[in-house]
Design a protein around this ligand. Sequence first.
Ligand code: 1SD
Ligand code: ZN
Length: 255
Amino acid sequence: GHGHWNYSDQIAWASDFHDCGGESQSPINIQLSETVYDPSLGPFVLTGFDVPEDEKLKLKNNGHTVVLDLPDTLLINGGLPQEYRAAQLHFHWGSHANPGSEHTVDGQRYSGEIHVVHYSTEFSNIREAMTKPGGLAVLAAFIQAGSEENPTYQHLLQYLPQVSKEGQDMEVPGFNIGGLLPGQMDRYYRYNGSLTTPPCFQSVNWTIFNDTIKLSEQQISILEDTLLGDDDEILQLNFRDAQNMHGRVILANFR
Ligand code: 1SD
Ligand code: ZN
């Protein structure tokens, strides 16, 4: 019914949430041969992403993903046409048998994807910004298996068992949030799209980093196997299918 949605019923989203049927939807497949080089896209400047331990951050299982609220002192003041303030970050993942990133590259899906959601400092809060063109900016990066444990990710993954049920939340100590993003942030793709969940507002300036994040196989399993969704089943495969480009162009700041 209205207001409720799930990943196994994506085709029905547009009947309850009009924008989900729009022409600037996310995620998309990044077809590399069709990206357009734009040398005017500058480097990112992230300010305040190293959060001190005594500052507590809320971690919550919302039934669709796990969300870490970010202090409003985290700012992006480069790489985008205006200044944006961080609101929260969350993840999309698959299952042991299937990868679960939202964006794909030449049809390839990665194990998972992190989204760091920001809103334009022209607005006083994210609610106001999320309905306006360019009101939001999401930084996205792919998660894939590597040979070593990722120490920054342990800061978060260790707490997942404590928020395993839908609606559970807790406070976690601050850490270096920037360490959750790829080591190299100089190469990225850029396009105009939407929230990947209902209400699918078409207000997102998307950045997808070329460099990926490496987690150990065991860390990826913790992400895939620890949380329960709104049906009390294991929360897995929480990604939306690739949406039609409808003539949109994907820019790349490198070639
Ligand atoms: O899925 C998230 C949703 O949970 C919420 O965070 C929203 C912004 O308020 O963003 C979408 S997404 O497009 O970043 N996946
Ligand atoms: Zn997301």
